[in-house]
Design a protein around this ligand. Structure first.
Ligand SMILES: [Zn+2]
Ligand SMILES: [Zn+2]
Length: 329
C-alpha cells in the first residue's frame, strides 16, 4: 500500500501474536530501496515479503539498505535473511540496539540467568521463577542473527536520494529505539514507540536502564511539537493526529501510576503483588490464566511504573532481605 509518494507499507504476519502483523516500510531511492524493519523470520513472513516486493515490481535484490527501529524479534528477525540474499544492502540501527544483540540472541542463557534474580527481588515466587525468566526464549527461533554495518546515535539523516529521513532517538520501549522523520511530507515512522491502538510495552529489566518509563515519556514529549501529517506505526493503522495520541498515552501512564499508587497507599507491596492487584486490559482477564510472557510483561511493566514514581519522588523503595517493596510517600 502506497502511503505517500515513494513510501509503501508492507504488512507481514507475526505468528501466535495478538499483534498479528508488523508494518514494514519500503522507501524509494535512486539506487535501490530502503526497508524499515523486517518482520519475524518465518517462511510465511518471507513469502509475504517477497509477494509484497513483487507487487511493486521489485525483488529482494532491490533492497539497498535496511534501518531497524529496534532489535525486537518482529522487527529484526528477517534482517539476517535479507543480508544473506543481498550482502551489499547496508544494515543500520542505533548503537544501543546493536550492543544488545549478542546478549539477547546469542548469549541468551546469561541474560536469562540475570533475569531470574531480578524477578526474585521483585517478589516472583520460586515456583514461577524458571518459567517467567525464560518466557521470551521461544521468540529466539524467529531471528537470524546479524550485526549492523553501521550504527546510529540519533540526529543523523539517512538519505535514499529521493527521501531524507532524520533519525530521532526515542528510548523507552527499547533502549536504542529510533523513529524516522521525513520533513517534506511530514511523515513519521514510529516503530513501536507510538502506536494508534495500544500503548507499547515499557518494561524494567536488566537491560532497560534504571527508569525506562521516564525515558519513554521523555521520548514521547520530544515528538510533541514535530509537524507531522501522517504517523506510520509498526503495528496497526496509519493515523494523523500524533499530538492527540501522545497525550492519550501520557494520560494512560499517569492513570496507571495513580492506580498503582492506591494499591501501595497503606502498606508496602512488591511489584509481583501490585501486578496481581491492578486491572490489565487484555483478553485473558484472569491473572492465573496469563501466559508466562504476558505475566512477565505485566510484572516488569509494573516495576517500570513504580521506579518512575520513585524518581518522581512519589514512592519510597524498601529493601528487606533482598526483597524490594514500594510504598506511597
Ligand atoms: Zn518492540
Ligand atoms: Zn513490534
Amino acid at each position: 500500500m502506497e502511503i505517500s509518494l515513494g513510501i509503501h507499507q508492507l504488512a507481514l504476519p507475526i505468528p501466535n501474536s495478538p499483534l498479528k502483523h508488523i508494518n514494514c516500510y519500503l522507501i524509494e531511492g535512486n539506487e535501490g530501496w530502503l526497508m524499515v524493519d523486517t518482520g519475524w523470520s518465518t517462511p510465511t513472513a518471507l513469502d509475504s515479503l517477497q509477494a509484497g516486493l513483487k507487487d511493486l515490481g521489485l525483488a529482494l535484490e532491490d533492497i539497498a539498505g535496511i534501518v531497524l527501529t529496534h532489535a525486537h524479534p518482529d522487527h529484526f528477525g528477517l534482517a539476517g535473511h535479507i543480508k544473506q540474499a543481498v550482502p551489499q544492502a547496508e544494515l543500520v540501527m542505533h548503537r544501543w540496539e546493536s550492543d544488545l544483540i549478542e546478549s539477547r540472541y546469542v548469549k541468551f542463557a546469561e541474560l536469562r540467568d540475570k533475569m531470574a534474580p531480578m524477578l526474585l527481588r521483585h517478589g516472583v515466587p520460586h515456583s514461577e521463577l524458571r518459567m517467567l525468566a525464560s518466557a521470551s526464549m521461544p521468540a529466539l527461533k524467529y531471528v537470524i542473527v546479524v550485526y549492523p554495518d553501521r550504527v546510529l546515535y540519533g540526529g543523523e539523516t539517512v538519505s535514499t536520494g529521493v527521501h531524507n529521513l532524520e533519525i530521532i532517538w526515542t528510548p523507552g520501549h527499547s533502549p536504542g529505539h529510533i523513529c524516522l522523520y521525513e520533513p517534506v511530507h511530514q511523515i513519521l515512522i514510529t516503530g513501536d514507540h507510538v502506536l494508534g491502538h495500544i500503548s507499547p510495552n515499557v518494561s524494567y529489566h536488566v537491560q532497560s536502564g534504571d527508569n525506562p518509563l521516564g525515558d519513554y515519556m521523555y521520548s514521547l514529549r520530544k515528538l510533541l511539537h514535530l509537524p507531522v501529517s501522517k504517523v506510520l506505526p509498526a503495528h496497526g493503522e496509519v493515523f494523523s493526529d500524533l499530538r492527540a495520541r501522545i497525550d492519550q498515552i501520557l494520560e494512560h501512564h499517569e492513570r496507571r501510576k495513580a492506580e498503582i499508587g492506591q494499591t501501595i497507599a497503606s502498606r508496602p507491596l512488591n511489584a509481583y503483588e501490585v501486578a496481581c492487584r491492578i486491572i490489565w486490559n487484555v483478553s485473558e482477564i484472569d491473572w492465573a490464566k496469563f501466559s508466562p510472557l504476558l505475566k512477565r510483561a505485566a510484572i516488569t511493566e509494573t516495576i517500570a511504573h513504580l521506579e518512575c514514581m520513585r524518581w518522581e519522588g512519589r514512592v519510597e523503595r524498601v529493601v528487606e532481605r533482598d526483597l524490594v517493596s514500594y510504598v506511597l510517600k
